[in-house]
Design a protein around this ligand. Sequence first.
Ligand SMILES: Nc1nc2c(ncn2[C@@H]2O[C@H](COP(=O)(O)OP(=O)(O)OP(=O)(O)O)[C@@H](O)[C@H]2O)c(=O)[nH]1
Ligand SMILES: [Mg+2]
Length: 370
Amino acid sequence: MFKFLKDKLKDAAKKFSKEAEEVTEEPKVEEKVKEEVKEEIKEELEEVLDEKTSEKVAEEVVKESKEEIIEDIPKEEPKKEKLSFKEKLKKAVSKKISSKKFEELFDELELSLLEANVAVEVIDRLKEGLKMEIVDIPIKGKVDEFILEKLKDNIKELFKEELDLVEVIKKSEKPYVIVFLGVNGSGKTTSIAKVAKLLQSNGLTCVLAAADTFRAAAIDQLQLHADKLGVKMIKHDYGSDAAAVGFDAIKHAKNKDVDVVLIDTAGRMHSNSNLMDELKKVIRVVNPNFKIFVGESIVGNDCIEQSRKFSSSVGVDGIILSKADVDEKGGTAISISYVVDKPIIYLGTGQGYGDIEKFSVSKLMDSLGL
Ligand SMILES: Nc1nc2c(ncn2[C@@H]2O[C@H](COP(=O)(O)OP(=O)(O)OP(=O)(O)O)[C@@H](O)[C@H]2O)c(=O)[nH]1
Ligand SMILES: [Mg+2]
């Protein structure tokens, strides 16, 4: 999962590391370090020698960079562990990436990010963030580790606060109504079955609403899941009013004291205005607590574009990113939440009922090697 993006980020960090320049103020730093070391040596010598001699010897030691001279001077106490002159100097020298180098290196990283399905606006956001934290900043230690750390910080900031839907449902009044929406084949019906199973394992009851009255066999497909899971499904005929199915399912839930209503809807392209109007009607009639956009991780920028359109026309409260198990790229996962400005709730990680993972930013960072 997301290996492509992981490899590209690691490669970029290596390239930044290779291109980082040593900071040019080295002579100035060297003078400062020399002065410090001289003072330290002088202080130590004064314990056994007079001030003038100590000063002279200290000066000589630093000038010649000959630390062995002080080895011969008798000590009253064992010398505290100190860094050698060379070690201090090494510590004082840092690396940096100039603005020009950054632009060059980021151009290359940008291509990799595009290839990994990262949205353009996310790339712009990352560039701004990284620029501020990397350009002309003295880097101590390993440059590639520094770069990966900065990538991690900036990618983390793309996400909303995590949302535990099951906990939200538990705290809400019943029935809690959720509508699943998205384009054709994105995984809505499968996700409903997975969520139903998840709710069951958390001690919550649910009813399914077969409000995809549009696609042939959609009702039978959901019925199959309902039967396997042992949950009630409310249906009307094919071609009937989708909003009415949702309405009836809510009525059923209220009568039977069911905790959650999961409403399946027909897949639709945002460009199909008839079907978008129908979806608006469903939402108006059932007035859901939560609208989940189900998007396919693998389709990349199309998925981002669809989520943006659904969000602006009917509103989206959270995202299920399906088929993450077959997505090697990973860019959709780091982009969609930022674009829609809503949290990813779950990742779909397979076709089985148990293949649903509560989304966690730190887990995502792990899979990106950050
Ligand atoms: N590998 C994998 N396959 C998935 C996942 N979620 C759904 N699928 C598969 O994707 C296909 C489409 O899933 P559906 O749940 O029917 O999608 P839908 O959005 O309801 O489709 P329409 O109702 O036609 O719009 C099925 O073959 C599912 O098994 C997932 O997380 N991982
Ligand atoms: Mg479906």
